[in-house]
Design a protein around this ligand. Sequence first.
Ligand SMILES: NC(=O)c1ccc[n+]([C@@H]2O[C@H](COP(=O)([O-])OP(=O)(O)OC[C@H]3O[C@@H](n4cnc5c(N)ncnc54)[C@H](O)[C@@H]3O)[C@@H](O)[C@H]2O)c1
Length: 380
Amino acid sequence: MHFRRRSKLLTLIAQVLSRRMSTGWSAGRLKILAIGWGVNRLTLMSSKTLVTGAAGFIGSHVCRHLLAAGHRIVALDDLSGGFQDQVPSGAEFVVGSVTDTKLINRLFAEHKFEYVFHLAAYAAEGLSHFIKHFNYTNNLLGSVNLINAAVNHEVKCFVFTSSIAVYGRNQLPMTEAATPQPEDPYGIAKYAVELDLKEAHEMFGLNYVIFRPHNVYGENQNIGDRYRNVIGIFMNQIMQNQPMTVFGDGKQTRAFSHIDDVAPIIAASITRPAAYNQIFNVGADKPYSVLELATVIAKAMGVTPNIKHLEARNEVVDAYSSHEKVQSVFGDLIKNVSLEDGINRMAAWAKRQGPRRSQPFSGIEVMKKLPPSWAADLKA
Ligand SMILES: NC(=O)c1ccc[n+]([C@@H]2O[C@H](COP(=O)([O-])OP(=O)(O)OC[C@H]3O[C@@H](n4cnc5c(N)ncnc54)[C@H](O)[C@@H]3O)[C@@H](O)[C@H]2O)c1
């Protein structure tokens, strides 16, 4: 639209708003705001944003929020754990891996991304002990490809989803000031990427925002992955008339976090200068035991709880983190979705989807100490 026509239109909108809203703001002030909003939106519309892992759970929601804010999105995913029909329409979808250096360099050269949201990863923390090579290639080296390209193409901000897995055990509540002591290859890879982003900022001026989410659940989660996402696993088991399988006594605690308390914050981070070059825990405050969780899920799915205990595995017993820092920068976006409400919403979605077939991971590299139930899957 030509500038004069656009300016007339904005004046008109400002006059209507000024009449409708009894704010006492002048039409002139509202016009300046409207022009600012229009310019921001136009700037976003002329630049592009890369979202990796966009066919996955958190990535698909982040994409949706970014599209609503006016971003032009290139959505990259290798579909190893995501589903193409979850990529929101309006995003340009590319099937491919972050480990493919040539593809990554070509995408950056072609699209000149201003922002990168890197969510692609295989996040099976418990399994990562047994798939070290895959874990470091996918989650660490794949991230390095993106960081190199972001530096070379002068990306304005690189947003990365790390994890509270970086903390390890006995650091409760986990606060961003604590020195990470990750105990599994997944957490080690995430922490290495965090350190590399810090280095890339100091050396090359690349801005970053790092989030450490935990136990996120909700609509679009892959309920067919038997190695992660306990809520999805329980719902999938219930829909197949199987008992919910619990490692050990089920007294381990986690603060389960609904996606609506996570994705909007990640998407908004690039618009908050106070978030730049900072690390944030993100998610719910209140921890529940896995047994308590099973009760809530059974109720939402309309069945009586049926639990089968499996041999305990090597995992952190209690994990909950402090959210004071995220509250200080993103407090306006935190909804505090309750466990019952969030689980009810996800259960309604899961019932509409139906059960999902669950495949054993085919590339196990270390069989030693593999939990017996996982080893049995491979023999079946
Ligand atoms: N869900 C959680 O509770 C949680 C907690 C902490 C951190 N995170 C992090 O958030 C991010 C998103 O997790 P999610 O729960 O949405 O998982 P998800 O598996 O649903 O999404 C990850 C997506 O990445 C894709 N992917 C994996 N490897 C890829 C590769 N090499 N190239 C391109 N795409 C690839 C998968 O196909 C999948 O669609 C991950 O980085 C994860 O480590 C998740």
